[in-house]
Design a protein around this ligand. Structure first.
Ligand SMILES: Cc1cc2nc3c(=O)[nH]c(=O)nc-3n(C[C@H](O)[C@H](O)[C@H](O)COP(=O)(O)OP(=O)(O)OC[C@H]3O[C@@H](n4cnc5c(N)ncnc54)[C@H](O)[C@@H]3O)c2cc1C
Length: 427
């Protein structure tokens, strides 16, 4: 392709960020090329997975009704594993099932493929099986991309290439990822008949559960998740690779032990594993979002920009990826010339609430990183409950004395105060 036959936009990556951007630009009449290294959109992608519906509605009202979504999440659960049991907080809210339900469980391969096909319907060109290797930069402006021998040109190049964004690095906007910036996610999809899922999780046919789990990573900073799909459950853990390396633990072994835990196995027993994979997830929130999200002719979106929030109870990356794709598309539509696109993008990110939300949660990685969150506190909580529910014919200790003894067995008073203070000051 010669420089004279350029696209209005080239988007690198057909994940939710890239496809949302492509969908809107194509709908608005722009010529858009989406380049995806996977053999199809979604083939390289892995997520927990839950999608917050508002983001899809931002792309096009009503779009969620056509999407291959799994179950409407009505049960939000937090599970703390003990050595031989579990404390589960189960929050049921039927308002989450309203006309546009708040969130759905999803499987990324069918979702991404469907979304890319929708962008194509709007007129975007999606080119799978092509790895973008470099940017073409002229007079300090990004003017195109290189893939093998091929050069392709555009007014604007949008990096939507995920967490390990070589394109943002090549543009000079990001440095190499370091261990503290990421978590490693390991996930298994386990097939089960729908009625078994409904019985085990106490759900109606279209309802789903999203369960965040702590105490499942053998003391390594991190946690687990379990989402119910129509005829499968997604079970996985996300943890710090730095902490795992320090403790010399095998990821596979931790995951296997997690599955065999007496409170987890009955949920997945007799299931058939149909998918197993691992992926990085941005963990450091706003602090590691690059100070500049653009340069002339170039924008960074989604995970490539570090747009992800993990509070331990909520993991949000897909919705933020879509919102940033929408912001990028709106900026391209509104800006008078290429130098105005970047500032317009940041303005859209502000107006759509993405930057303010990321800032709001800026301190949460400190809470997730408290070493005792991964094991000590879940075990402590279980022991408190065991005390409360144990009836064995002995005269029980007085409550305050028993509580003091339980706490003391797990954590020193100074650690408790310091963790509590960190918790209060980080949110
Ligand atoms: C285990 C795990 C659980 C998660 N759970 C959830 C959850 O429940 N809810 C949630 O909201 N978020 C979750 N996330 C986060 C979420 O998956 C990401 O934030 C989201 O996928 C980011 O979307 P994206 O479009 O920016 O990037 P991606 O989805 O990573 O897409 C990037 C695309 O770019 C392509 N690509 C990369 N480099 C190139 C190149 N050089 N040339 C061409 N193509 C390229 C890739 O193949 C890929 O298709 C989870 C993540 C993990 C790992």
């Amino acid at each position: 392709m010669g420089e004279e036959e350029k696209f209005d936009a080239i988007i690198i990556g057909a994940g939710p960020a890239g496809t949302a951007c492509a969908y809107i630009l194509a709908r608005e009449g722009k010529s858009v090329l989406v380049i995806e290294r996977g053999i199809s959109a979604g083939s390289k992608n892995l997520t927990g997975g839950r999608l917050y519906t508002y983001a899809l509605e931002l792309v096009e009202p009503g779009l969620h009704a056509e999407a291959p979504l799994e179950r409407k999440v009505v049960r939000e659960q937090i599970m703390m594993l003990g050595a031989n049991g579990a404390l589960t907080i189960d929050y049921l809210d039927y308002d989450f099932k309203q006309e546009v339900p708040q969130s759905y469980s999803i499987l990324r391969a069918p979702f991404d493929e469907w979304f890319a096909a929708k962008a194509e319907e709007q007129g975007a060109m999606v080119a799978p099986g092509i790895l973008v290797e470099d940017l073409i930069i002229r007079d300090n402006k990004v003017v195109g991309v290189k893939a093998g021998e091929d050069e392709m040109y555009a007014d604007v190049v949008i990096a939507a290439d995920g967490i390990n964004s070589f394109m943002a690095q090549k543009a000079g906007l990001r440095s190499d990822l370091t261990g503290h910036m990421v978590g490693v996610g390991v996930k298994e999809v386990i097939e089960l008949p729908p009625d078994v899922i409904q019985n085990r999780f106490n759900l109606a046919t279209d309802e789903g559960t999203a369960r965040m789990i702590i105490g499942c990573t053998e003391g390594i900073q991190g946690g687990g998740f379990l989402y119910t799909n129509k005829d499968s459950v997604s079970l996985g853990i996300v943890f710090s690779p730095e902490a795992a390396a320090k403790q010399g633990k095998s990821i596979h072994e931790i995951h296997q032990n997690f599955k065999m835990h007496p409170a987890i196995y009955p949920l997945i027993g007799d299931g058939n594993t149909v998918e197993y994979g691992a992926h990085l997830v941005p963990e450091s929130g706003w602090r590691d979002v690059p100070p500049k999200l653009y340069r002339d002719g170039f924008l960074v979106t989604g995970d490539a920009a570090g747009f992800c929030i993990n509070t331990g109870t909520i993991l949000r990356g897909i919705d933020l990826a879509i919102v940033s794709g929408v912001a990028a598309a709106r900026a391209v539509m509104k800006a008078a010339d290429s130098t105005a696109v970047g500032p317009a993008y940041v303005k859209e990110l502000e107006q759509l609430g993405l930057i303010p939300t990321m800032k709001m949660f800026a301190g949460w990685p400190d809470i997730v990183a408290i070493p005792r969150m991964a094991e000590t506190y879940p075990r402590l909580a279980n022991e408190v409950l065991r005390f409360m529910f144990t009836v064995d014919g002995h005269v029980p200790e007085k409550m305050p004395k028993a509580m003091r003894a339980i706490v003391k067995r797990h954590v020193s008073m100074s650690q408790l105060i310091s963790d509590g203070w960190k918790g209060v000051t980080s949110v």
